[in-house]
Structure formats: C-alpha cells, structure tokens
Design a protein around this ligand. Structure first.
Ligand SMILES: C[S@@+](CC[C@H](N)C(=O)[O-])C[C@H]1O[C@@H](n2cnc3c(N)ncnc32)[C@H](O)[C@@H]1O
Length: 456
C-alpha cells in the first residue's frame, strides 16, 4: 500500500523527535506530505489528489496545545469532507478535547472524575486498541513505575481496570480513535475510577526503535499486543478496511464457494490432505477447549480421533454449509459463522488451544497480522496453524477463471516477520506436501507452525 503521512510543515512542529512509524513495517511504502497551518485546505487538496491508498493524519499531535487547536480541528474536518481513507482522530472527538496540566490532550467528559473527587490510590494507564468496532484493552501499566500489571499479579485489579477502560470507551463514544489511553486510579478497596482520557496519544509509538524511553502506551503494546508494532500498524490498517467492508465481497464469495463444495468436501480431500491434517492433530497435545478456526467439515476433531480425548472442540467458519456438515458429526459444541477476521475481534472468552488448517491464505496480509495478534491474545496454551505456499501459477490460473478470490496469498514470509510473541515459543515447524490443486494439478506445499505458551 502507498501510505501518506500528513505532517506539520517544517517550522510548525512542536517536537523535532518525530516518531517515524515507517520504521516499524517494511510492508507498505510511506511518503510524507507537509501541511502548513496557513494553507491547510490547499495543501490537503494536493495530498488528496495524489490518491494514496491510505492517509495517516497526526497533525493534532503537533498543533493541538500549541495555540493551534483550531488548525487541528480544521484539518480533521476538511479531511472528512474530502472523504479520503484516513487513520486519525475524528473532528467530533477533537472538538471535545482540552489540555491537562501537563499539556496532554484529554477528553472533557462528565464521566471523568476531577482530582478533588478522587481518593488516594495507585494510578494506572490502560490503552485500548479499536479493532473493527471493538475496543480491546491492553495490559494496564502502573503509572509511577512504568511496569505492566502482569496477569499473574492481582488478576482482579487487572480485569477491573481493563473493564473500566472498555466501558468508558463505549460510554464516551470514542469510536474512530484507533487507540486511546485511560488513566485510572485504584483506591484502597481496589475500586477503579477514571481520572483522564487521552485519545490517540503520540506516545504510543516510541521515538526510537531501540526500545529506550518507552512511554506507558509503548510498554503496553510490547507487553500485550502480540506481534508488537509491526502487527499493530497492519492490524489498524486491516481494521480500517474491515469497518468499511472493503473485503466483504471476497469473504462472501469464499463462503459461497465452500457452501457449494460442503457435501463433497470430505470425499474430494481424502488422501494426502487428510493424512496431512492427521499428522498435525495426532502430533500435539490438545487437552482442553480447542478453537478450530475455519473448521470446515470438522476434519480436525474427527482425525484427532482419540477415545481418551480430553479435548472439547468449538469452531468458526465463513460457510454455513460447512458448519452444517461439521455439526452433523457431533464433535463440535458450537460453531460461529462469519469471517474469522471479524469473529476473532469480538470474541472475549479465552480458550486453551487455537488451530487453523488450510485457511490463512485467504486473508490479505494486513488481516493476517490482525488475526495472529488476536489468536495469541485469546489462546492460553498453544497456537497451531498451516501456511500454504500458494504459487504464482495457481494464482494466475484462478484469476484467469475469474476466481481470483480463491487464490489467496503465500504468507510464509509474513509469518516469519511476525516473529514469536512475548510469552510464547515456536515449539515446532515443518513442511509437508499439503494438497494437489484441482485447478492446475500442481502440488502445494504447506508449513506447520506450532507455538506454545511459556510460563511467566
Ligand atoms: C480448505 S478448507 C479447510 C477446512 C478445515 N480446516 C480442514 O482442514 O478441513 C478452508 C475453510 O476455510 C473457510 N474460510 C475461508 N476463509 C475464511 C474466513 N475468512 N473466515 C472463516 N473461515 C474461512 C472455508 O469456508 C473453508 O471451510
């Protein structure tokens, strides 16, 4: 993607230590366009005329609080008028903002307690990331020490802080902020109170990539957004387009295709494919609740086939007919129907294991980051998935048949760049002959990735 970073014109910046988000991903091309507060609309017209795929508007980071609040609002409003695809603070939220005593942008809201209304206690920050329409709270950070509140330490307080951040997000209609930091005081009875809200703080991005001088937001991202900044940027981009249903048609077509194939799927895939699935599900421990993403007809549970099994399977799939076939065998207690990239965002309950076989190639690369980050947030014990090496010849053949939506992507490189999230280890990785394409007759190799959580 060609992405435009809208920046304040030289000489109009308040902080020369510009946080260059292009440092965190090599997947997209970033270009800067400078906007002067004296010619906001003309400069934005120029940037818009270049038809970038996406714009990042961080002008308020420079202008707001620097006696140019109105310039920041004018720019946000004009960008909304231009209707260009943008990641930035919406004008309706910017207009509700003010500055706190330290010069930070904060929301004026009746729900925020004033200093004199709160009792003494420990202060925490809790940053939420908005994915699709859902606020995902990250790990709270103890303000005065800058240390993350780990899950094992005081889970009750941790959950209460996260819940309050999430509830406050919705109560204040903070949709469109992409990320937002809530300042929360925990009194001696562990009762949390909101004492401040900072929408889209620039401190979420470290000024340098060497990990020094991390802000609380940056600590929270590193601690609890698996895949860290690379994935955060991709996930926010994926989420922007998910909200606007950009890839909805592709998911719908894939679902329709599998609806048609559902009744004969098991017969068509018998042989190498079944052997491959069996080789994976027999090799590892899956005791506990297993979420089978893109479960299809439920081969994972059927080929696991262990009379002593202590696994309980739940699934999700975009095809209603695949779900019907799967439920027929009686091994899955619940199957949600919809695109995984949406369902995983709204899912709250954690599960022991997550598995996904033969389906990640249907996701575009930004969505893959989003899905992986959610998967590592939701699984407690293991994450197992396959990545098919989709060859260009297969893509070409599918495209020529008007079925480009079924081709997908070879994500091996992307998964390697995603890396191993904090708290996890790559326990196993191997390559095998996955399937033979019914379209080209070519052999498609696949890669198994098995991650296991490591205790703190
Ligand atoms: C090749 S089949 C694999 C099914 C099963 N995992 C197996 O190994 O037999 C691909 C499955 O992915 C599902 N699928 C494709 N894209 C999806 C998406 N975005 N979200 C959820 N399911 C999806 C399809 O409906 C289909 O059931």
């Amino acid at each position: 993607m060609r992405i435009c970073l809208l920046r304040a014109a030289p000489g109009q910046e308040d902080d020369p230590r510009y946080s260059d988000i292009a440092l965190f991903t090599d997947r997209h091309t970033f270009e800067q366009r400078f906007i002067s507060k004296d010619t906001i609309k003309q400069d934005l017209n120029f940037a818009a005329a270049e038809s970038f795929d996406l714009y990042f508007n961080f002008l308020h980071w420079t202008w707001y609080g620097n006696d140019h609040n109105q310039s920041a609002v004018t720019a946000a409003k004009y960008i909304e008028y231009l209707a260009i695809p943008v990641i930035g603070l919406p004008s309706r939220i910017l207009e509700r903002c003010g500055l706190d005593n330290s010069g930070n942008l904060v929301i004026r809201s009746p729900g925020v307690a004033q200093e004199e209304e709160t009792t003494v206690g420990d202060d925490y920050s809790c940053t939420t990331i908005e994915l699709d329409n859902t606020a995902i709270p990250l790990c709270p950070v103890l303000a005065y020490l800058g240390v993350p509140l780990k899950p094992s330490y005081s889970p009750f307080s941790r959950d209460a802080i996260k819940k309050l951040a999430e509830d406050t997000f919705y109560a204040n209609d903070l949709h469109g902020t992409f990320w937002c930091t809530f300042f929360i005081r925990l009194d001696q009875d562990s009762k949390p109170t909101i004492i401040g809200i900072n929408p889209m703080p620039k401190t979420i991005f470290p000024f340098t990539s060497d990990g020094k001088n991390l802000s609380h937001e940056a600590i929270a991202v590193r601690e609890s957004f698996p895949g860290s900044y690379r994935s955060l940027i991709h996930s926010i981009i994926a989420s922007y387009f998910l909200k606007r249903n950009r890839n909805f048609e592709i998911s719908r077509q894939i679902g329709q295709e599998y609806d048609t194939a559902a009744s004969k799927y098991d017969t068509v895939t018998a042989g190498i494919y079944h052997e491959g699935v069996k080789g994976i599900v027999k090799k590892y421990n899956f005791d506990g609740v297993v979420l089978d993403i893109a479960c299809g007809t439920g081969l994972v549970a059927r080929l696991h086939d262990d009379p002593q099994s202590r696994s309980r399977f739940v699934g999700m799939d975009v095809s209603l007919q695949m779900r019907t076939e799967c439920l027929r065998h009686g091994l899955y207690s619940n199957i949600l129907v919809g695109p995984m990239q949406r369902l995983l965002i709204v899912k709250k309950e954690r599960v022991d294991h997550i598995i996904c076989i033969g389906a990640f190639h249907f996701l575009e690369p930004n969505e893959l980051s989003l899905v992986l980050s959610r998967v590592f947030q939701l699984a407690t014990t293991s994450v197992t998935f396959t990545i098919d090496e989709i060859p260009d010849t297969y893509k070409k053949a599918q495209t020529e048949r008007g079925r480009a939506f079924m081709a997908g992507f070879n994500h091996v490189d992307e998964v390697e760049k995603y890396g191993v999230p904090l708290g996890w280890k790559l326990a196993d990785r191997w390559r095998f002959l996955g399937w033979t394409s019914p379209t080209t007759g070519g052999e498609i190799y696949s890669n198994v990735f098995r991650f296991e959580s490591v205790s703190e």
